[in-house]
Design a binder for this molecule. Structure first.
Ligand code: FPP
Length: 253
């Protein structure tokens, strides 16, 4: 049976844009903020905003595939988000399974590989198992890497990396003088992934909220007041167009 593939059949933004331009960011990281306010503005419970936010995730993944982005990292649930009411936490942590149970066939058809970064062991079993299933099923794909930050906090990641590194150094004869940035970054959850070229934050706030503190050292930032459920294909392209104007010097001249 031929499956309907919304990734290929949906009408896309008609704005003129050269999707294959060599200056497209290879790795885009997104802080998807504003779900709660989107719902509150409509007199709806906050969880309705997270569900609507999932529709934006689907749109943005399609756009990333179309624009040949190599890595898309989505800040889905932070180590600090446990402080929210239980019902909200439960809803957010059910979304990965909901998303994958509907879209995994499309993601596979589009050669998307799924990964997760964060302290996955302390997630509910249903979230962990849905993620692991998708990671295993898409392991050999080499298109877009869809990287979901789940129970992720950058300070926690750096501490976790430090512990692993010190243990390995203790067990070996390596001198601390030989330790360099590359070796350290191999212990981060993002080991082997190119650092983000572009960080997008929706929802009007201008902060990093404990997201990828090591990895964003030379990343270009793009902020918008648009709330995540309202973030559209056009907004995504606006961020990419803006990125194309940036001159990245990495501390040089
Ligand atoms: C922040 O908005 C958003 C979150 C804490 C959750 C984001 C999760 C999704 C969009 C679903 C993603 C699902 C998958 C499968 C990738 P907020 O609640 O802090 O908004 P507010 O600042 O308006 O209160």
């Amino acid at each position: 049976m031929i499956m309907k593939n919304p990734f290929l059949t949906n009408k896309q933004s008609q704005e003129s844009f050269d999707y294959s331009d060599g200056h497209t960011p290879e790795h885009i990281a997104i802080i998807m903020d504003g779900n709660g306010r989107w719902a509150e503005k409509r007199g709806m419970p906050r969880v309705a905003g997270h569900k609507e936010g999932l529709s934006t995730v689907v749109k943005v993944v399609k756009m990333a595939v179309k624009c040949q982005v190599k890595i898309l990292t989505l800040y889905t649930f932070s180590t600090e988000n446990w402080k929210r009411p239980k019902q909200e936490v439960d809803t957010i942590l059910r979304l990965p399974k909901e998303f994958l149970s509907v879209y995994l066939p499309d993601l596979i058809a589009n050669n998307v590989r799924i990964e997760a970064i964060g302290d996955l062991e302390n997630l509910p079993a249903h979230t962990r198992e849905a993620m692991q299933f998708a990671i295993d099923r898409t392991r050999d794909n080499n298109g877009l890497l869809l990287n979901m930050a789940l129970n992720y906090g950058s300070r926690n990641e750096i501490l976790h990396a430090m512990k692993g590194l010190l243990k390995d150094i203790n067990d070996s004869n390596q001198s601390l003088d030989e330790l360099d940035e590359q070796q350290f970054s191999n212990y981060l959850y993002t080991a082997g992934m190119k650092e983000p070229d572009l960080l997008i934050r929706t929802g009007g706030e201008k902060r990093l909220s404990n997201f990828l503190l090591w990895q964003l050292a030379y990343t270009e930032f793009w902020f918008t007041d648009v709330l995540w459920p309202d973030f559209s294909e056009m907004e995504f392209l606006r961020a990419l167009k803006d990125y194309r104007q940036r001159k990245r010097r990495y501390g040089g001249i």
